[in-house]
Design a protein around this ligand. Structure first.
Ligand SMILES: Cc1cc2nc3c(=O)[nH]c(=O)nc-3n(C[C@H](O)[C@H](O)[C@H](O)COP(=O)(O)OP(=O)(O)OC[C@H]3O[C@@H](n4cnc5c(N)ncnc54)[C@H](O)[C@@H]3O)c2cc1C
Ligand SMILES: *[C@@H]1O[C@H](CO)[C@@H](O)[C@H](O)[C@H]1NC(C)=O
Ligand SMILES: *[C@@H]1O[C@H](CO)[C@@H](O)[C@H](O)[C@H]1NC(C)=O
Ligand SMILES: *[C@@H]1O[C@H](CO)[C@@H](O)[C@H](O)[C@H]1NC(C)=O
Ligand SMILES: *[C@@H]1O[C@H](CO)[C@@H](O)[C@H](O)[C@H]1NC(C)=O
Ligand SMILES: *[C@@H]1O[C@H](CO)[C@@H](O)[C@H](O)[C@H]1NC(C)=O
Length: 528
């Protein structure tokens, strides 16, 4: 039977539905707040740690750690409540009350999720922002530290350096990244060729699970402890803190940054770098960045920037480079010796003397950006890099950076199944494509389209079946136009790219420890 169509009926009906759901939302959020105050422990009142949209500082708190402005617009969905716990019991109460009142939780540590998943959701939700849980407790004698999940990499490095000039931890170059998300996804950076990922050096952790129970390594068991070290944040619970094994570094290290234009054989050097960087001794890490030579202008050619950290003195570096990469033409004057902690600041792209910048959680300008990633197992032919020249001549090429992150060394010795992070032996390097702009949201779509086309251009030259990707460079494009061939649903498409075979074990564990799929987001491990 065909029913007549009265536009006003559907209009009234829709309005009714919206107001019912809004009332229900307001009610569940009122009840949620009551529940929190009930569960809250008298000696540490939670009310000063809760923000609703009625609090003047709600928007400021929400925006505070958002890195990607694409997810900070008027149209972006907002949490009903932000909780900023200062004690584990606050997290436990938030989990129990959210569960009881049908709200989802998004956990935020440093807020650097590439797709904003730590603070955006399409269903009614609460943000647990760990900004008040960021202490770092360094035990120099034992060579270990406990770090709370809300600390940034900068805070961690600074606190270690306060206690020792020769101990550190493998972290990222960008110091405002939070250890909560970074460790959860593996965590690569300038020390991984020597010591492996951040996740490879975690020795204990405390996790609050979907029942609100606090588990440590012993009580969670080795399988769950495996899963939270590389399986990606937001799937298994809320990590409260991590115990890490510190690693030795020399008190003096050497750095250089060298940029080569097309006239200076940039394309040839990029091609050669692939044979050199992944095979260098573990003490030398050379990151390669491809970008446009004059990004501000309408047109331009490409340039290659080599940024290096050497765990040793300048003379040794110069002779090593003369032997392994003479074409780069490195001379002593290109290099600077500095203390370990200064090199952390230098690689974060600040003046090396400015150590205090490591404590600044908002040191970088924010922008609208999009990221994709790849893994390369065979050196890419030179003509492909030559072909990039015309891509960078397009207007959108001005907003792009391509980072080639060398693997090899220790990374190749750790078995693929040791942690959920599977991109080990056989990978020459990781590719990170970033496009963005600081001005306005309106222009970003054409940059994103450019990047999607460029990603297709790279298809023949990068890993295949699956085309691997790095979970910390989260990309919601993955799988959008692909068909699922397994029993895990759409999740298997990104699941196998991020984790390869480890995905199956992650799903098994998730189904055991969080069968109700309480901790979830667009790319969380599914519970089946
Ligand atoms: C400018 C920039 C530079 C970067 N550089 C590097 C780099 O050099 N190397 C590298 O490996 N990565 C790098 N990344 C990626 C970064 O590692 C990931 O984005 C990481 O997930 C960010 O962690 P976060 O705590 O800051 O992010 P958040 O947005 O807070 O969290 C990211 C994800 O983890 C979950 N999560 C956060 N905290 C917890 C917790 N305590 N318990 C459980 N789940 C949690 C969130 O819900 C979300 O799903 C960079 C990112 C940016 C924006
Ligand atoms: C209550 O909070 C205080 C400090 O914030 C803490 O020391 C105490 O253990 C908490 N009590 C419970 C029962 O969680
Ligand atoms: C937000 O407002 C409520 C109600 O006025 C108040 O009780 C609470 O303390 C405020 N939160 C913060 C963090 O100030
Ligand atoms: C976002 O909302 C604010 C406050 O309502 C308004 O002042 C601003 O112009 C809006 N921005 C855009 C881009 O619409
Ligand atoms: C640190 O302490 C742990 C546990 O107490 C012990 O097993 C380990 O050997 C110690 N490590 C060092 C380097 O002292
Ligand atoms: C570029 O490479 C060629 C041959 O490989 C070499 O002769 C030339 O000197 C190089 N140019 C620069 C600026 O290094």
């Amino acid at each position: 039977m065909k029913s007549p169509y009265f536009p006003w009926v559907s209009f009234v009906f829709a309005t009714l539905l919206i107001s019912i759901s809004m009332a229900a939302e307001a009610q569940s959020h009122e009840k949620f707040l009551q529940c929190l105050s009930l569960h809250s422990n008298a000696s540490s009142s939670i009310s000063k740690l809760i923000y609703t949209q009625h609090n003047d500082s709600f928007s400021t708190i929400l925006a505070s750690s958002i890195q990607n402005l694409r997810f900070s617009t008027n149209d972006t969905s907002k949490p009903l409540v932000i909780v900023t716990p200062s004690h584990a019991s606050h997290i436990q109460a938030t989990i129990r009350c959210s569960k009881q009142h049908g709200l989802q939780i998004r956990t935020r540590s440093g807020g650097h999720d590439m797709e904003g998943l730590s603070y955006v959701s399409e269903v009614p939700f609460v943000v647990v922002d760990l900004v008040n849980l960021r202490s770092v407790d360094v035990d120099v004698e034992n060579g270990s530290a406990w770090v709370e999940a809300g600390a940034t990499i900068g805070e961690l490095q600074y606190r270690i350096a306060e206690k020792s000039r020769t101990l550190s931890f493998p972290t990222a170059t960008c110091h405002t990244v939070g250890v909560g998300g970074y460790f959860s996804g593996g965590g690569h950076g300038p020390l991984h060729r020597k010591y492996g990922l951040a996740a490879d050096n975690i020795i204990d952790a405390r996790l609050i699970d979907a029942n609100g129970e606090i588990l440590d390594r012993e009580s969670m068991g080795e399988d769950l402890f495996w899963a939270i070290r590389g399986g990606g944040g937001g799937s298994f619970g809320i990590v409260l803190d991590w115990k890490i094994k510190l690693v030795p570094v020399p008190s003096t290290v050497t750095v250089f940054t060298l940029t080569k234009t097309l006239e200076q054989n940039a394309t040839k050097l990029i091609h050669q770098w692939q044979f050199v960087a992944p095979n260098l001794p573990e003490d030398l890490f050379i990151l390669l960045t491809i970008s446009r030579a004059n990004p501000g202008e309408g047109k331009g050619s490409i340039q290659a920037t080599f940024t290096a950290l050497f765990l040793g003195r300048v003379d040794n570096l110069v002779s090593l480079m003369a032997e392994r990469f003479p074409e780069l033409g490195l001379v002593k004057q290109d290099c600077t010796e500095m203390s370990w902690i200064q090199s952390v600041v230098y690689l974060a792209q600040f003046p090396a003397q400015n150590l205090e910048i490591l404590l600044d959680r908002t040191a970088y300008a924010k922008s609208y950006f999009k990221v994709k990633s790849d893994y390369v197992k065979q050196p890419i032919p030179e003509f492909v890099f030559k072909g990039m020249e015309r891509w960078f001549e397009e207007e959108e090429g001005g907003g792009v950076l391509i980072n080639l992150v060398p693997y090899g060394g220790r990374m190749g010795e750790i078995p693929e199944t040791e942690t959920p992070f599977p991109h080990r032996a056989g990978n020459l390097y990781n590719v990170m494509y970033v496009t963005g702009e600081i001005e306005e949201i309106l222009g970003i779509q054409k940059y994103i389209n450019w990047m999607r086309r460029f990603y297709r251009y790279m298809t023949p030259y990068v890993s295949k079946s699956p085309r691997e990707a790095y979970i910390n460079y989260r990309d919601l494009d993955i799988g959008v136009n692909e068909k699922d061939e397994t029993s895990y649903g759409q999740a298997s498409i990104w699941g196998f790219k991020y984790f390869k075979k480890n995905f199956e074990k992650l799903v098994k564990l998730k189904s055991l420890v969080d069968p109700g799929n309480f901790f979830r987001h667009e790319q969380s491990i599914p519970s089946i």
